[in-house]
Design a protein around this ligand. Sequence first.
Ligand code: ADP
Ligand code: ZN
Ligand code: ZN
Length: 653
Amino acid sequence: MPIVEVAISVPLNRTFDYQSDSRVTVGARVKVPFGAKKVIGIVLSNKDKSEFNKLKSVEEILDQAPILDKPILDFLFWAAKYYHHPIGEVVLAAMPKNLRLGKEAKIKKVIGLPIKTSQPDFEITTEQNLAINAILDKQNAFHGFLLHGVTGSGKTEVYLRITQEALNQGKQILVLVPEIGLTPQMISRFESRLNTRVVAIHSQLNETQKLDAYLMAKNGDAGVVLGTRSAIFAPMPKLGMIIIDEEHDGSFKQQSSFRYSARDLSFIRARQADIPLILGTATPSLETLKNSMDGKLTRLTLANRAGDASMPKVSLIDMRSNFDGALSKMLLEKMQQYLSKSKQVMLFINRRGYAPVYFCTECSWKSECDHCNSSMIYHRHINRLKCHHCGDEKMPEQTCPDCGEQSLEVYGYGTERLEETLSSHFPETPIIRIDRDTTRRKKALSQHLEKINSGDPCIIVGTQMLAKGHDFSNLAMVGILDIDGGFLSINFRATEYLAQLLIQVSGRAGRNGKQGEVVIQTRYPDHPMFNYVLSNRYTQFASGLLKQRMSAMMPPFAHQALLCANAKNKQHAEDFLREVAGLLKSIEMNTVEIWGPTANSIEKKADYYYFNLYLQSNNRAALHQMLATFNQHVDTIKLKNKVRWYLDVDPID
Ligand code: ADP
Ligand code: ZN
Ligand code: ZN
């Protein structure tokens, strides 16, 4: 009887053999008994013999044709090996949920070809033309490009033209974008230009839509697949090019279960498919800059804004002498100037809720989460204190739990309080607040964006959801509040991220003709980073950071992995990692450094204590060999069943 090898989504580094009445296509789904349950698995191979006796039988073969074709399976094998993650979990995570649940692989609603497309009424610039030609020159083999273009320089126009060219040759194009906030505008730009089916893959879709999009990518009907990070796994038989927009963005890294970087994996996928890879951004990550310096990426530059737009003027407001609350007088005056000229103004503050601190003015008490090392954030519209880490919430106390006085107050600002304060300063002006609280409803975000795109004067208040990709044509001024936390962070990447964020947020201003203005409020106006941000010299700033990283032998000049353990019992989490450290040190590999265990920067989250063990080496192969050895021996660690643990290869925070 034939035997099939099946990948099942369990946290074990192995596959499972089953008997089958007939051979099964590799990459097809089967329903198999597993313990007391029936589960869906993917067939990885057919064989005649198994090293196990008494095999159970396949219950049902769900597909005649493979769901995962050979190129995707090869790609997933590579990813599972690199991230040292169980193959079954990787393979099943790559499919939409309905396929994991065993639903039929059939398209419900076929989207048609566009009825009408329109072409732009401008000529491309010389810089754009050079970039397009450089990419098209190499379109028939693997080649990596960094498209480094300042915000508003017309990178998307470059994507559209190279995509059209690849479509003309019958190819499919995969475009990855950071987050849902960015997608509606991107989708419509691609849809209105290209005479092909553009399918989107992102979290706002329902499961039926996700399956349809996946299957249209797989059968080649979709010329363009535009998606967030998981779209890197979309099967595309005629894949001819991969574009990663805003490659520096942290959301390309999955931060739970299978912790992969879609940006990093795109190199492997492009190389396996032997096609070009384009990483676009105004603020390249240090990893990408190093790759371009090492010749792994060809750098293409768009140094100027497209059309008649110029870069915004950026200035600082020193908040050390400000006693007016969140908004300095100077900022309010500037806002007034633009609003009176019927322009839009945007304020960016990276905290939602009303106020981040609820405290006693008499003693030092402040409200903290019972389950986490973090303060409770006050939300006024529901009159509740909420923990943004575990989601716990409660009614605010009326009297101080420590001293009994009725002296409790809020301190600091979030988007909700900023909105309230602004409405007292500008009672006539509509205020549009965009954060996770105001966009939870489906469609809410697109309704807000529609209002902004109508161009009527308004004040936009938002969190980092607003930082990326949006192109608001009547937005003349951007105010950035409360970024100083970035200077105090212990993450060694914090200043890199802060510079990227400031430039991205600033890039929203003045896209259309008139020069825009950006104002940053800070208590650290002398920080050297501002010299570069104010004069738009990101590359020089990043080069300086790269030098520091090189002399400190930090990423991207060294490779890291993080082992995180967490448990309700603090000692268990720490001792588990001590034992792991002992095991790792017994592996003779002196090119790998081991640091820790140390408590996580937020030690307790939702009643679990988090500890970290860092591995670092400038020899990637050595690091990975150590991780593989660890994986083989992890079962020998005594506390293994008392903790939850995960491995994060190339961690970013
Ligand atoms: P980026 O993606 O680099 O931020 P976009 O592609 O969104 O930039 O371009 C910014 C704006 O400039 C868009 O409105 C776009 O239509 C316009 N644009 C792009 N290329 C040109 C060009 N060559 N001439 C005039 N306008 C252009
Ligand atoms: Zn008190
Ligand atoms: Zn909490």
